[in-house]
Ligand binder design. Structure first.
Ligand code: COI
Length: 356
């Protein structure tokens, strides 16, 4: 694929994000972006342009009816200056699964990955050096046709933007407090929960804001039918450790985002000798586990958030503290191995890394 590069006048390069102690998640964007349009059934005109606003019809289907999908991945800078992608082929696969659910065209792995590698190569200097910081990658597809009929768009734009980021949670790798949502739900069977589409996140904003106001970092979603089984956190999948067993919600209801970090955590935990139970876990069991001490650890896992220890769950008006609000042994082990592989500090025996 031949990717056209638009000229960007030298004085329009920002070159560097402001140097801040804490690099806020998703606040800065690099100089360039990748774009390709889908028209008359074909992907056309792949190009790298200056990062900037898009021209869209006010009636664009993405804006009116939310026909949008995205991915979240990261490029981790190694000390040799390489940019490490983590299992990028799985992002392409998930992106195309989201596309199918939202009646959008699929994109070839070649378009997605060749353009990403070229963009990363051009923007290499933007990748932060600190462990825990990275270049966050946001591939996105939107329905661009202007029309008010509720039918899929004929035209689409696929683009990739890059953002130098620090830790997702300002506190870094420290236990966070989570608000369990009792009245609002994120996804129901048959809905779009497994797709990475804007609407899933839009629906989380109101309760997420309320949780933040009360000092909780994120919302934990329960299942839509019984309102008692733990599903996911929205920006992360969630794991619970009972002795040598690791629990997480199963994917078969279609209500949970199939996280790459989730899958990798499961693989690493198996190799550490833990048994894995992808089973529905109820809040009643979790609360009982915090009381009798059998629930030893809880952590979230996602690309943006990496591994986030959870020290407190607020449910039915009470705070349930896990592991004395300390980082657990298993959580630390998984975090060290994951970060070690991603930043090229330990051997990638799984073959998960693609270097640019
Ligand atoms: C990610 O983990 O990359 C996500 O997409 C979560 C969130 C920032 C939307």
């Amino acid at each position: 694929m031949k990717i056209r590069q638009e000229q960007i006048p030298e004085n329009e390069f920002k070159r560097k994000y402001e140097q801040e102690n804490v690099l806020e998640f998703g606040k800065y964007f690099t100089d360039r972006m990748f774009k390709i349009n889908y028209r008359a059934g074909e992907w056309k005109d792949p190009r790298i342009t200056k990062y900037g606003p898009l021209m869209l019809e006010p009636s664009a289907i993405a804006l009116q009816y939310g026909q949008t999908i995205f991915e979240g991945q990261k490029a981790y800078r190694t000390k040799e200056g390489k940019l490490n992608l983590f299992r990028p082929e799985l992002n392409v696969k998930r992106f195309n699964n989201s596309a199918k659910r939202m009646a959008m065209p699929e994109i070839t792995p070649e378009i997605y990955l060749d353009s990403l590698k070229m963009l990363l190569d051009l923007e290499r200097d933007w990748a932060p050096k600190k462990i825990g910081s990275s270049l966050y990658i946001r591939p996105t597809m939107i329905g661009t046709q202007g029309r008010l009929g509720v039918i899929p768009s004929d035209d689409y734009l696929f683009y990739i933007i890059l953002s130098p980021v620090g830790p997702y949670f300002p506190e870094g790798f420290k236990p966070i407090k989570i608000w369990v949502s009792e009245n609002y739900i994120r996804a129901a069977p048959g809905g779009t929960g497994y797709a990475k589409t804007g609407g899933n996140y839009a629906a989380s904003l109101l309760i997420g804001q309320k949780a933040l106001e009360q000092g909780y970092s994120q919302v934990l979603w329960l299942d839509a039918i019984h309102r008692k089984y733990v599903e996911e956190v929205g920006a992360m999948n969630i794991f619970f450790v009972y002795q040598d067993t690791l629990y997480t919600a199963p994917l078969d209801s279609g209500t949970i985002l199939p996280g790459l970090t989730r899958e990798s955590v499961i693989q690493m935990a198996k190799d550490f000798g833990y048994s894995i139970k992808e089973e529905a876990l109820s809040m009643d069991d979790i609360v009982a586990g915090t009381k009798d001490g059998s629930l030893q650890e809880c952590f979230g896992a996602g690309t943006a958030a990496s591994i986030a220890p959870v020290g407190c769950l607020r449910y039915q008006g009470q705070e349930h503290i896990i592991n004395n609000f300390q980082i657990g042994e298993m959580t630390q082990k998984i975090y060290d191995q994951l970060i070690g592989i991603q930043y090229g500090m330990i051997d990638d025996s799984y073959g998960w890394i693609v270097s640019v």
